[in-house]
Every structure is written in C-alpha cells, then in structure tokens.
Design a protein around this ligand. Structure first.
Ligand code: C5P
Length: 402
C-alpha cells in the first residue's frame, strides 16, 4: 500500500527505544525501506545489531565514520529519505533540533533534508511540561516539524501523565501516506468541537459537541491519503496521528484560523458546532449576583462555513446540520442557502448525536442527491463519508455516483 517509501528512522536515548525495533518491523511490513540512524545515547538502550537485522541495512551512528560516509554520506542520506521519523525523540533531541545544532549525524541530517520531519517525543511528564521543552516544541512546530504524541499513561519512571511514546502502529499510520488512497495529494480542512464564547473571566457560552465526529473524519481523511488540517474548539480528544491540529476557543478565532489556511485546501468540512451568538460585552471582572434576573445581549457570530462557501476560489465545501425535527427539509434549505456542495444531517436530542459513540446520517447534495448512512460507530461513518466526499469532490467522478 505504502509502496517503497524510504523512511529514515532516528533513534535517540530514551527507554522507549525498545519500541523502535517493533517500529522498524512495522515499517518493513508496510513495504518501506528503513535506514536507522542512532545517537550515542540510544546505544545505551538498544543494540545496533537488533535494528540492523530488522531493517536489513547497517545502522548509521557517526558523522565521522569515513567508511560509511564513503558509501552514503550524510547529505546523500538526507536526500535519500522520503521522510525522517525520530522515535523516540528525547527532550535533548527536541532542544538540539530547535536550536539547529549539527554536531552529530542525526541532527545534521535534519538540517540537510527537505523531507518532512516527524518527531515522537518520549520523556518524563515533568520534562514534557517544562517551559523549555514547550518552547522547543513551539519552535519546531512553527518550522513545519510534525510532533506525534506523546501519549498519556504509565511511564517507565513510575509516574503517570503525558510523555509516553506513541505505539509503533500509530506512528506508522501517521507517517505513511497512502499514495493510492482516494484523497492522496489533496488537502482537507476540518473544523470540530464546540466553541466557547466568554461572558466574564470565569463563565462562557458553549454547547454539547464532543468533537468526536470531526476527529473521526480527520483520522479517516488522513488514512485516505490526505494532508489534514484540523481546527478544533476545546475538546478532550487526542489528535489523530499525522493530522495538523490548530486549537481555537471562540467562533471569531475559528473564523480567523480557517481563513488563514483555507486557500491551500481542496476540501473543507465544517463539523464544528460553532456558537451562533456571542455576548456583546465581555465583563473584565466576574459578574456579581445582585439582581433577580440578568440580561445578556448576544450578537451573531460569523458563519464560518458560509464564508468559506462564498470564497471566489473555494474548496469542495461540506457542512453539517444538527436538527431536532424535519431533518431533511431543514438540511436541504441549509444546503441551498449556504451554497454548499454537500450537507450531512443528523437528528439531535437526548442521547442522539452529541457526545455519543454512534450516529446515523442523511447526506444531501444539490439536484436531489441523497444517501442514508444507517446507525453505526462514528469512526465507521467517518470512513464512509470520506469515501463519498472523495468521489463527489472530483467532478469527473461525481457524475457517475447515483
Ligand atoms: O446554520 P447551522 O448552524 O445549523 O449550520 C451548521 C453548519 O454550519 C455546520 O457545518 C457548522 O460547522 C457550520 N457553522 C459555521 N459557523 C457558524 C455556524 C455554523 O461554520 N457560525
């Protein structure tokens, strides 16, 4: 599926290096060529012989190894790679890369490559939370490096929290784009979750959206081979591997984040439950309870979806419609009014749609197009929906879909 992708796997000195062996095997099983580069610290945790046997290539460790450099120099290695994945990436590794050091083979490669660089951080939770590590991650992310994880859970040091390296299978899914996937070569932007509209420093208006559908769509689009940008309100969900995430809080921030990047996108899916109204005034101090009633004046928020659909050069634009009654009629009306290419409608109410694991959907598109997706887990629905969007968003194929 993944073809002969060439993965340069950097292994640095953390206990999670024992998982790197499994990672090499998983990459090889997906048909990749894998070249391992270890740091000096990594040698303390895993033997080069293991990684060499699994990758089928001599492990590279030293920038100053004349024999190895003669066969394939560090610049050739950097050019050879379709992607660089460093797993585990220690706090030290993040700091070195953030500062652009080039005093060992791995850091030099990272400066010399124009292939995408993915890092799978692994460290103690307090090291991960330290302001120095936070700042290094921000610098790296701003330069286009993708951070995969870390996961949250039990750590080798006996503590619990964020800092575990993601499992090898999740890393493989994140770095291997499917060149034969229906969305290969396309960029998809998805909005997800609720927004929060502040009233005062301690209160806000929000809604029941969990973000599960939007996150499932992001994972499915990524698996279908797309580059995925996920713009999300506050949710308690892990970023799907390989997905670029932008966190926002208010509808206005969502609007701004979407329009900053939507110009590069082929497909836009508005799955966020954007607050329609926001308090006109933000009270700088906590509002005191003085009177028996309190009146808030609310103003309309920008309609992000409609504003994307109205762009002169717009992506294939898909909206959601959460309705409590007459689902089809309201959704068709919304499809036409917002000038969408497709709308995904569902009935909401107690125990339905919001914060549930499964859902049922009615998908509509112009000229009476219609498809029903029976009740199923959101993950399955997301896959089916992405397949339909992939087909309908290619005009030459859309004509043959019933
Ligand atoms: O009009 P209604 O809110 O029902 O439309 C729902 C669709 O519009 C969803 O796709 C939602 O993400 C999007 N929307 C938006 N900005 C708003 C309100 C809704 O993008 N302010």
């Amino acid at each position: 599926m993944a073809g002969q992708q060439r993965v340069l796997l950097g292994v640095t000195g953390g206990i999670a290096a024992y998982k790197s062996a499994e990672l090499v095997r998983a990459l090889r099983e997906r048909g990749c060529e894998v070249q391992v580069v270890m740091t000096r610290g990594a040698r303390e945790f895993i033997g080069a012989a293991t990684l060499q046997a699994l990758s089928g290539r001599p492990v590279r460790e030293d920038l100053w190894d004349a024999a190895a450099e003669a066969a394939m120099g560090h610049i050739e290695l950097a050019r050879w790679a379709d992607c660089v994945l460093i797993a585990p990436a220690t706090a030290q590794c993040l700091a070195r890369l953030a500062h652009g050091l080039a005093d060992d083979l791995l850091s030099t490669l990272c400066l010399a490559t124009d292939a995408p660089v993915y890092l799978a951080p692994a460290m103690n939770r307090l090291m991960w939370a330290h302001p120095a590590t936070r700042a290094n991650c921000e610098v790296l992310a701003a330069r286009g490096v993708t951070l995969l994880g870390p996961g949250i859970g039990d750590q080798a040091c006996g503590e619990t929290g964020p800092g575990r390296m993601l499992e090898p299978q999740a890393l493989v899914a994140a770095v291997l784009k499917d060149p034969a996937g229906p969305l290969a070569g396309r960029t998809v932007m998805i909005t997800a979750g609720p927004t929060r509209e502040p009233i005062d420093p301690v209160r806000y208006l929000t809604n029941r959206s969990s973000g599960k559908m939007g996150f499932a769509l992001a994972a499915a689009a990524r698996e279908a081979g797309a580059r995925v940008v996920l713009v999300t309100g506050p949710v308690a969900l892990a970023t799907p591997p390989g997905v670029e995430r932008v966190d926002v809080e208010t509808a206005a921030e969502l609007h701004e984040a979407v329009h900053r990047r939507v110009g590069d996108c082929d497909i836009f899916i508005g799955a966020a439950a954007v607050a329609d109204y926001r308090p006109r005034e933000y009270a700088g101090e906590k509002i005191k309870k003085r009177d028996a009633t309190l009146t808030l004046t609310l103003d309309r928020s920008p309609d992000v979806l409609a504003s994307v659909a109205a762009l002169a050069s717009r992506p294939f634009t898909v909206g959601f419609a959460a309705e409590t009654c007459e689902v089809e009629r309201h959704a068709r009306e919304k499809l036409a009014r917002k000038q969408l290419d497709m709308i995904v409608a569902n009935q909401v109410g107690p125990g339905r749609a919001f914060d549930t694991e499964d859902n049922e959907l009615l998908v509509l598109w112009p000229e009476e197009g219609c498809q029903v997706f029976a009740r199923a887990p959101k993950r399955e629905l997301a896959e089916a929906l992405i397949a339909l969007i992939a087909t309908r968003s290619r005009p030459e194929d859309a004509a043959v879909v019933p």
